[in-house]
Design a binder for this molecule. Structure first.
Ligand code: MV4
Length: 446
């Protein structure tokens, strides 16, 4: 096992990784920008190194500074958290070239999944169901037309380098295809420096269901069930649940078996998430994330697992030590992301937190790096906390979340807590039959 890990991240996830390290007896190195000198992960780490000015590109994305910090402190491994360098194949490669372990998959697997076309081609060859669409990259507008006619409108043109919905255009009819093709390519080139695009049948009312995978370096792969992340706005997730209110235990077992089989054949190592669109009882793979995700705590509560600990163990070459049948799913978990934002416009609201009082009691978990007097810097993501609850049933989890949202106090900055309260009080949410469009419709209803 590693004796010292450098955590190349900030905020709640840096603290989350630090906590796992502490419990494992692993020393920690925090890195931070000048804007984060007073951050909790910096205070709690065994050592801390300032790696640059506030802008992420000069600090949390500064590979040379991070590697220098790892070298001078004698860290043996780097945990990238999520965002920043977590899915940067060149970074993973550089880390390994310096004789350090990257707590993640191989650079090759990051690269394969980073390109959405090669991710789909790879998964299809391994037996994972996809959305009907083009066989890889679209080479011409003519090909786009041909494939769209074959599978039927509406269709979506997507960027190979995409994600987060950028470079994605719907063509409702044949009259829209030329525009969709050129706009998707132009946007994609501008955003990612890559104009490769592909085409899919447009699903009009899917849920976003993702499957949590864990794979060791010895060919063992297990899954920890699904998360339903359909409640999002402009590709920003707001509420996540485990399990999905839409999925039976049989459907979970079936997609779990397909996914673990695929990743076993791939030789994958690390935690990972397969993202699916789920509509009319069908799973359609769209993307794979090769990192730990923001919403991993709902899975941890559902399965009673510490995914960060497991991620560190497999990166150190330790075997999983349990089988799929040993993994159990108990009750229901819900996460509300608490962003320092206006609850109606989602405009960021940085500033000083004058009062912070976390909720407590049975089944309540608060993952956050804020404290009373903390200044939320304007330079980074506005998520300041994750409130996660676990209860025997989904109804009880909603009741528990309502109770926890009444207890929590965050003053001095605007937060989305009032929006979460409205969602948790809504009979439609309680019914659970929502799609990816539910939140935007809910908010426009007022
Ligand atoms: C889709 C889709 C409908 N049909 N693909 C959006 C971001 C990217 N990761 C995949 N996305 C979508 N792909 C087909 N064939 C609808 C979306 C989509 C979406 C997906 C998941 C979660 C939220 C979403 C919000 C809008 C659109």
């Amino acid at each position: 096992m590693f004796s010292k890990i450098l955590i190349a991240n900030r905020g709640e996830i840096a603290l989350r990784v630090l906590r796992a390290c502490r419990e494992m007896g692993i020393r920690t190195v925090a890195v931070h920008s000048t804007a984060d000198a007073d951050a909790m992960h910096v205070r709690l780490a065994d050592e801390a190194v300032c790696i640059g000015p506030p802008a992420a590109r000069d600090s949390y994305l500064n590979v040379a500074a991070i590697l220098a910090a790892a070298t001078i402190t004698g860290a043996e491994a780097i945990h990238p958290g999520y965002g920043f360098l977590s899915e940067n194949a060149d970074f993973a490669e550089t880390v390994e070239a310096h004789g350090l372990a990257f707590i993640g998959p191989t650079a090759e697997h990051i690269r394969t999944m980073g390109d959405k076309i090669s991710a789909k081609t790879t998964m299809q060859a391994l037996g994972v169901p996809l959305v009907p669409g083009s066989d890889g990259e679209l080479k011409s507008l003519d090909e786009a037309r041909k494939v769209a006619e074959e599978i039927g409108y509406p269709v979506l043109i997507k960027a190979a380098a995409g994600g987060g919905g950028r470079g994605m255009k719907v063509a409702r009819t044949a009259a829209d295809i030329e525009e969709a093709w050129s706009v998707a390519r132009t946007e994609s080139l501008a955003a990612f420096g890559n104009d490769a695009v592909y085409l899919e049948k447009y699903l009009d009312r899917p849920r976003h269901i993702e499957l949590q995978i864990l794979a060791d370096a010895h060919g063992k792969v297990v899954h920890f069930g699904e998360r339903d992340c359909s409640l999002q706005r402009r590709h920003q997730k707001l509420v996540e649940e485990a399990g999905s209110p839409a999925l039976s235990a049989e459907a979970r077992d079936e997609i779990g078996a397909i996914a673990t089989d695929a990743l076993t054949k791939l030789g994958y190592r690390n935690a990972g998430t397969l993202e699916f669109l789920y509509q009319d009882g069908q799973f359609c793979f769209i993307e794979m994330n090769t990192r730990l995700q923001v919403e991993h705590p709902v899975t941890e509560l559902l399965c009673g697992v510490d995914l960060v600990r497991e991620q560190i163990r497999v990166a150190a070459g330790e075997p999983l030590g349990y089988e799929q049948k040993d993994i159990t799913f108990s009750g229901h978990a819900i996460e509300c992301r608490i962003n320092a934002e206006d609850p109606e416009t989602f405009i960021p609201s940085p500033g000083t937190i004058t009062v912070f009082h976390p909720p407590g009691g049975p089944g309540v978990r608060m993952d956050s790096a804020i404290y009373t007097g903390y200044r939320v810097p304007p330079f980074y993501d506005s998520m300041v906390a994750k409130l996660i609850v676990h209860a025997p049933t989904r109804d009880m989890a909603i009741d528990r979340m309502r109770r926890a949202l009444d207890e929590i106090v965050v003053e001095g900055v605007k937060t989305v807590i009032p929006l979460h309260q409205r969602i948790m009080n809504d009979p439609g949410f309680r019914k659970g039959d929502y799609t990816i469009h539910w939140l935007e419709q809910f908010m426009s209803r007022g």
